[in-house]
Design a protein around this ligand. Structure first.
Ligand code: SF4
Length: 65
């Protein structure tokens, strides 16, 4: 894993409740979830984020109207 000069600042604003090594390294977070066909936790509502389900289907259930 590389060092990120923005990690500390990003971590303060990151709403993700899952503990992982990408926390605060947003480019790695996006790359990881994109490769999995998923969406990063910060795009979900607080309630949706807490399910830790990052699938597109979960995102639509969470954010859909
Ligand atoms: S959204 Fe995923 S990769 Fe990003 S900080 Fe949370 S658990 Fe880690």
């Amino acid at each position: 894993m590389s060092q990120c000069p923005n990690q500390a600042a990003n971590s303060k604003n990151c709403p993700c409740t899952y503990s992982c090594e990408r926390h605060g390294r947003c480019c790695e977070c996006v790359e990881y979830h994109r490769a999995m066909g998923e969406i990063p936790g910060c795009f979900f509502t607080a309630k949706g984020e807490k399910t830790w389900d990052r699938s597109v289907a979960a995102f639509i259930r969470d954010r859909g109207r």
